[in-house]
Design a protein around this ligand. Structure first.
Ligand code: COI
Length: 355
């Protein structure tokens, strides 16, 4: 595919403290940008990262026609960068686009664009444990019109941010509370899509949870307010004595890429890994019987986050934080593949030659 490439005159990398990376605050020298107009995607440009200018009437700002992906590149060695599960991320991007009536950027633009960005900005992939280059592809409507209908014009961008561990304090147990009032998503709504509004709608309940002393919200289903769906911005897993379980994709749960990785790796480890309906009452019952061993969240940004506490309607589940936890084993299994420390027997990694 044809790309127009303009390299930055001078790299900004010298101003970055790679020993103290904050999530999503610094951006690599280059970005990909491509316009959709007159019914087609134009030639993608790779150019220095920088501000965009647009009309105050930009349609995405008013009606939220905006979707994104979150993926990562890892430092393998001085001449190789690993992109993780590129096809899965592209396919989810397409599904999000379809749900929000956005034309999906072509696969070659996504895949080759990522490779070109890695070739230019490989020095931004941190060579540190627990660190990565977080890749943020996104698409949004750009019509300069406040008419409530799908836009005719769009922008697709990929920007990249060197990141350290998602939680600054290290992988520390997450405490959860259900929200008595709010839900994240409902079947038939947009919960399955990675669209901006889902995140905006989660901020108020998340803030209330933090004000009550919890880290994040445990999202329950919107109809019966009984079935567990997600945690914060992650999928959730429960390690019971006899199986590892995660909520089934009910139409309101985001199909996480690491969710899939955890299920596949657990099966490889010989653990029965299932997608099922999990009610909050079942969790209390399992804990009562001593069958609930661990709880953890999975996501691209945080990888695996152990959960220590769930609070629901005045009752609490506490799980023991073990040194040799399944969550830790799972985190290592995923990151070992990502950094190329072990053979990638699943074909998840796309190596990009750099330098
Ligand atoms: C991810 O885990 O990549 C996410 O999508 C969370 C994001 C809101 C930082």
């Amino acid at each position: 595919m044809n790309f127009s490439v303009r390299a930055a005159d001078k790299s900004r990398i010298g101003s970055i403290n790679f020993d103290d990376l904050q999530f999503g605050q610094d951006f690599a020298d280059h970005m990909l940008i491509c316009e959709y107009r007159d019914g087609e995607w134009k030639t993608p440009e790779i150019k220095p990262y920088g501000p965009l200018t647009f009309d105050p009437s930009l349609s995405a700002l008013h009606y939220g026609q905006s979707i994104f992906e979150g993926m990562k590149a890892f430092y393998k060695d001085s001449s190789t960068v690993h992109l993780f599960r590129v096809d899965d991320h592209y396919e989810r991007l397409v599904r999000s686009c379809n749900r929000m009536v956005i034309p999906a950027p072509p696969r070659e633009m996504f895949v080759e664009g990522l490779q070109k960005l890695m070739e230019l900005d490989y020095k931004w992939v941190p060579n540190r444990d627990e660190c990565a280059l977080y890749i943020r592809p996104f698409v949004f409507g750009t019509d300069p019109k406040i008419v409530a209908r799908p836009a005719d014009s769009y922008l697709f961008l990929i920007i990249n941010s060197p990141v350290g561990p998602y939680y600054k304090t290290g992988v520390k147990p997450v405490t959860l509370t259900t929200s008595p009032e709010y839900v994240r998503a409902v079947k038939g709504g947009t919960g399955e899509a990675k669209t901006a509004g889902n995140y905006a709608a989660s901020f108020k309940p998340a803030k209330e949870a933090v004000n009550k002393g919890f880290t994040q919200v445990l999202w329950l289903d919107a109809i019966e307010h009984r079935y567990v769906e997600e945690v914060g911005t992650m999928n959730i897993f429960f390690k019971f004595k006899d199986r590892l379980a995660t909520p089934a994709l009910s139409g309101s749960v985001l199909s996480g890429i690491n969710r899939r990785s955890v299920l596949e790796l657990a099966r490889e480890m010989g653990v029965q890994a299932v997608e099922e309906r999990i009610s909050i009452d079942d969790l209390f019952a399992a804990q009562e019987k001593g069958e609930l061993e661990e709880i953890f969240g999975s996501g691209t940004a945080a990888v695996i986050s152990p959960v220590s506490t769930i609070h629901h309607e005045g009752k609490t589940i506490d799980v023991e934080m073990k040194e040799d936890s399944f969550a830790k084993k799972m985190r290592k299994a995923i990151t070992d593949i990502q950094y190329g420390k072990v053979h990638d027997r699943f074909g998840w990694v796309t190596p990009v030659k750099v330098g």
